[in-house]
Ligand binder design. Structure first.
Ligand SMILES: [Zn+2]
Length: 98
């Protein structure tokens, strides 16, 4: 198993244990050193997000907070288990509230 495959597995396992099912990918080409993590986090039970007449979604405060908390937890965990940290940590995180 190469280093990147191993890193993917370590990150996915750690996030799953913490309750964040995730998709993990490494970058290619000039983004080779990047690790991209898309994780699911629970959507707040109270949600008043609104779709504007233009079709864009105005995220409500509970969802903004859930996104921010999820983002921080996931990023911290990825840092911990990969040892990536600092200016060149190259970690991309996106949170999907479901
Ligand atoms: Zn909402």
């Amino acid at each position: 198993m190469n280093r990147r495959t191993e890193e993917t597995k370590v990150v996915k396992d750690a996030l799953a244990l913490a309750g964040y099912p995730s998709r993990v990918k490494h970058g290619t080409g000039t983004a080779h050193s990047w690790i991209d993590v898309k994780a699911d986090a629970p959507k707040p039970s109270v949600c008043y997000c609104q779709t504007t007449v233009y079709g864009t979604v105005e995220r409500c405060d509970p969802c903004k907070n859930a996104y921010r908390d999820g983002y921080k937890s996931v990023l911290d965990l990825v840092r911990q288990v990969t040892g990536r940290n600092g200016e060149y940590e190259n970690i991309g995180v996106d949170i999907n509230l479901i």
